[in-house]
Design a protein around this ligand. Structure first.
Ligand SMILES: [Zn+2]
Ligand SMILES: [Zn+2]
Ligand SMILES: [Zn+2]
Length: 325
């Protein structure tokens, strides 16, 4: 993969941008008069970047500090007026992701914050999306009745399998039913609605989220089967939506040598751009790719693939990026 090598020199600027985000927690507190917003806490697939045990050129660049480390895909919804924070998915990178929220919390002095977030919305039971819940347990943060919204099947999975069942029994988390296509109100003018998403559903079903603010709405779908399996269609689902953060796991079918990506069951980025091009060009939708696999050349700031995405008016989501709602 020539793109990886070509990029080395240009990665330094990106590394600096990333480290600026890493110290975000020491920044000035977010002003309370600011409106609700979503902050991106992570952008890559469940295996992380560098990916667990991977020695491919792209992962080596990151391990050697020549390209920015990224975190597993996750969002935070922040309501500055009341200092409320809600997580969308709880990833294995949860510790660093909580650090990236210190400027939106009222921090306790000299002790563990036992309530670092006000709730968690879960998409599904694949490792990148819920393992971070473990940090809310007795061995670590030890929250009290932290609301965790999950579908009935996901809730059953959590409450009947350790170690998750211990979080429920100890009262660290309080499972909240997540209705499909019905809004959960979090504050005046701010709500979250889950909708069913087709995906490999071994341990749980899968949902995406539509987050509605006073002025704008955003959709988050980190993991899905191909768009052709969607009913209603992706475009119907995006009616009235201003910002879309969508499964960008793979750019093309040939990026994993020896493995047929078309059999993996994610939409290719090019296909997604084709479906949404009209709305993006018309300026009625901002579309970002998230949940990128470590193999995806669009992770690199100067790759031909990234340039194509940006030339068509789309973008790759970045850690620390914010969307006012
Ligand atoms: Zn995933
Ligand atoms: Zn790799
Ligand atoms: Zn998944």
């Amino acid at each position: 993969m020539i793109g990886w090598a070509r990029t080395i020199a240009l990665c330094c600027a990106a590394v600096l941008a990333c480290s600026a985000w890493a110290t975000h927690g020491q920044a000035e507190p977010v002003p309370t008069e600011r409106g609700p917003f979503v902050r991106v806490l992570g952008t890559v697939q469940d295996g992380g970047l560098p990916h667990a045990a991977c020695e491919h050129a792209g992962c080596r660049l990151v391990r050697e500090g020549r390209a920015p480390k990224r975190f597993i895909s996750s969002l935070a919804l922040v309501l500055p007026e009341t200092r409320q924070v809600y997580l969308f998915d709880a990833t294995p990178d949860l510790r660093e992701q909580l650090d990236a929220l210190r400027d939106v919390r009222t921090l306790p002095i000299d002790r563990v914050d036992r309530a670092p977030v006000d709730g968690v919305f879960l998409t599904h039971a694949h490792i990148g999306h819920y393992l971070g819940l473990a940090f809310f347990g007795f061995e670590a943060v030890h929250t009290t009745a932290l609301p965790v919204w999950a579908t009935p099947r996901m809730s059953r999975f959590l409450s009947t399998n350790g170690p998750w069942s211990q979080l429920v029994e100890t009262g660290n988390i309080a499972l909240r039913p997540l209705p499909l296509d019905r809004a959960v109100e979090l504050a005046a003018g701010v709500s979250v609605a889950a909708f069913a998403v087709p995906h490999r559903d071994e341990l749980s079903d899968t949902v995406g989220f539509r987050i509605e603010g006073p002025n704008r709405s955003l959709i988050f779908v980190p993991d899905t089967d191909k768009w052709a399996t969607w009913e209603p269609s992706l475009l119907e689902r995006l009616t009235g939506v201003d910002v879309a953060l969508l499964d960008g796991s793979f750019f093309s079918a040939d990026e994993l040598p020896g493995r047929d990506v078309t059999q993996i069951g994610h939409p290719m980025i090019g296909r997604t751009m084709g479906l949404l091009q009209e709305r993006v060009t018309a300026g009625s939708l901002e579309a970002f790719f998230i949940h990128l696999n470590h193999s995806n050349p669009a992770l690199l700031a100067d790759s031909a693939e990234r340039r194509e995405i940006e030339a068509r008016g789309f973008a790759v989501a970045q850690e620390g990026q914010e969307f006012g709602l």
